[in-house]
Write a protein that binds this ligand. Structure first.
Ligand SMILES: NC(=O)c1ccc[n+]([C@@H]2O[C@H](COP(=O)([O-])OP(=O)(O)OC[C@H]3O[C@@H](n4cnc5c(N)ncnc54)[C@H](OP(=O)(O)O)[C@@H]3O)[C@@H](O)[C@H]2O)c1
Length: 246
């Protein structure tokens, strides 16, 4: 962190840290020396697995059940993380969902759920975390390259939610700049996780580098944004997608 010595104990809260990109974020930040809190909603087994892996490697982690569609749960998770860890130096807001359907078939229920988790949940997670964040902290969101190029039919709502994240990051970066807190957004392209299960081969064909990304590659960018070296970057949306949007 830009505000402390390397020897200082650093902490990170990952919203949606039980699987995929969020699990990679938690593991990578633990390897970097952060104590970790992570949230999950449906897979306590996977959350426990991430915690065990971190602990087995000599790190420290706790998991918290918190639905990112529930404002009270988000706030309580940040409070619990801050109580246990002492503070939140870095927050990674990764929890996100996808529902695919063309505009004439998209249900109101799915629309509301997407907005609740992918947009309102992101804003509220940042709001809750920065109340426990020292000056010089880091906010990192996981958007999507669909904010730049939707790419396939049926993804209008998903792309809309991720464009909202890219947009909110700029405004929040301005809000938090006086505290030296940086706010940046990572926009992955197709990455091999449960979210893309069964789609990998089709997606691979659409990517100039002819492969999908690995969660660890997104974890490496998260590691950089969380580091002292990234202190001059804020309000940015960084696309990491094998050239898909080009
Ligand atoms: N994979 C891709 O190709 C790709 C590309 C661009 C952007 N992204 C974005 O990257 C993020 C992670 O995607 P992923 O592929 O790793 O997804 P994933 O494999 O489906 O994992 C989703 C993670 O988010 C958590 N989560 C989902 N809904 C939640 C909720 N309501 N409250 C709290 N946690 C919740 C899940 O918790 P449980 O385990 O408890 O369910 C899980 O830890 C998402 O924001 C996604 O939109 C993914």
């Amino acid at each position: 962190m830009s505000n402390g010595s390397e020897a200082e104990h650093r902490t990170a809260l990952v919203f949606g840290g039980s699987r995929g990109i969020g699990a990679a974020a938690a593991s990578r930040l633990a390897t970097d020396g952060f104590s970790i809190a992570l949230t999950y909603v449906s897979r306590p087994d996977k959350a426990a697995e991430v915690v065990s892996t971190i602990e087995a490697a000599g790190g420290s982690a706790l998991s918290i059940k918190a639905d990112s569609a529930d404002p009270a749960a988000i706030k309580a998770a940040a409070t619990q993380a801050a109580e246990v860890l002492g503070k939140i130096d870095v927050v990674v807001v990764n929890a996100g969902i996808i529902r695919i359907a063309p505009v004439d078939a998209f249900t109101l229920e799915d629309l509301d759920q997407m907005l609740a988790v992918n947009v309102r949940g992101v804003f509220l997670a940042i709001q809750a975390a920065v109340r426990h964040m020292p000056d010089g902290g880091r906010v990192i969101t996981i958007g999507s390259n669909t904010a730049v190029r939707t790419g396939t039919p049926g993804a209008s709502v998903y792309a809309m939610t991720k464009a909202a994240v890219a947009s909110m990051v700029k405004g929040i970066a301005l809000d938090l700049a006086p505290r030296g807190i940086t706010v940046n957004n990572i926009q992955p392209g197709p990455t091999e996780t449960d979210m893309t299960a069964g789609m990998i081969e089709r997606l691979r064909e659409m990517i100039p580098l002819r492969r999908v990304g690995q969660p660890s590659e997104i974890g490496a960018l998260i590691s950089y944004l969380a580091s002292d070296q990234a202190g001059y970057m804020t309000g940015a949306s960084l696309t990491i997608d094998g050239g898909f949007v080009l």
